[in-house]
Design a protein around this ligand. Structure first.
Ligand SMILES: CC(C)(COP(=O)(O)OP(=O)(O)OC[C@H]1O[C@@H](n2cnc3c(N)ncnc32)[C@H](O)[C@@H]1OP(=O)(O)O)[C@@H](O)C(=O)NCCC(=O)NCCS
Length: 195
C-alpha cells in the first residue's frame, strides 16, 4: 500500500510559517481561547492542565507572553512563538513556542509548547511546526536540549513528539486533579544536534 506521508507533508505545505510579530501576538488570545475549547471534550484528551471550560488565557498571561516575546533571546523570561497561517484565509492554524527556563543554570535548555487548531490536524502541520522550531533552536541559539511536558493521556501529542526524536525522561504521577480526575504528567526531551 502506498504511504500517506508524502500527501500529508504536501498538505502541510499550504501553511505559511513564521515567527510571530507583535501584531500576531494580539491575535493569539483568541486563537488560544478557541484551541482550549477542545481540552478534554469531544473525544479530545486533556492537553492543558486546567479544568474543561476554562478556555481564555488570563490578561496577565497574555501580557506576559507579549513581554517575553520582546525579551532578547537568552535573557531571563525570553520566549518566541511561531505561527502557521492558512494561506487562503490568513487564519492561525497552529503554533509552537520556545522559552527559556526561569531556573538558574538552565540556559542550555528550552521549554517547548505547541498546538494545532482542530480544523487543521492530521495534515503533518504539527510535525512541520516542531521541525521549524527545532531548526531555529539549532541555528539561532546555543541550547543543547529541548524539553516539554505532556499530559499522559494525550496520545496524539506523545506519538508526535516520539516521531521526531523526543524521549520520555520522567513522569509525575497524580500531578494534577482536574475536574475530580487524577492526571499524570510526562516529561520528554530531545538533544539539539549540531555537526
Ligand atoms: C498533538 C497535535 C499538536 C498534533 O498535531 P497534528 O498537526 O495533527 O499532527 P501531525 O499531522 O503532524 O501528525 C504527526 C504524527 O503525530 C501522531 N498523531 C497526530 N495525531 C494523532 C492522533 N489523533 N492519534 C494518534 N497519533 C497522532 C502520529 O504519529 C502522526 O504521524 P502520522 O501522521 O505519520 O501517523 C494536535 O492534535 C493538537 O493540537 N492537539 C491539541 C493540543 C495539544 O495536545 N498540544 C500539545 C500539548 S503537550
Amino acid at each position: 500500500m502506498e504511504s500517506l506521508e508524502p500527501e500529508r507533508e504536501t498538505r502541510a505545505e499550504i501553511y505559511q510559517l513564521r515567527m510571530a510579530d507583535r501584531f500576531d501576538l494580539i491575535r493569539l488570545a483568541d486563537y488560544f481561547t478557541d484551541l482550549n475549547r477542545d481540552n478534554g471534550v469531544g473525544g479530545m484528551p486533556l492537553f492543558q492542565p486546567q479544568p474543561r471550560g476554562v478556555v481564555s488565557p488570563s490578561p496577565e498571561k497574555v501580557e506576559k507572553a507579549q513581554r517575553s516575546a520582546e525579551t532578547p533571546i537568552g535573557e531571563p523570561g525570553w520566549r518566541r512563538f511561531w505561527l502557521a497561517f492558512e494561506a487562503p484565509t490568513g487564519a492561525i492554524a497552529g503554533h509552537v513556542d520556545l522559552q527559556g527556563w526561569s531556573e538558574p543554570y538552565m540556559d542550555h535548555r528550552v521549554l517547548l509548547g505547541m498546538g494545532v487548531h482542530r480544523e487543521h490536524r492530521r495534515r503533518g502541520l504539527g510535525r512541520r511546526l516542531l521541525r521549524f522550531a527545532s531548526d531555529w533552536a539549532t541555528t539561532e541559539t546555543q541550547v543543547e536540549w529541548i524539553d516539554l511536558y505532556v499530559l499522559s493521556g494525550n496520545e496524539a501529542a506523545r506519538a508526535l513528539y516520539a516521531s521526531v526524536g523526543f524521549q520520555v525522561t520522567g513522569s509525575f504521577s497524580d500531578k494534577f486533579r482536574i475536574d475530580g480526575e487524577s492526571v499524570d504528567e510526562v516529561r520528554m526531551s530531545k538533544a539539539v544536534l549540531r555537526t
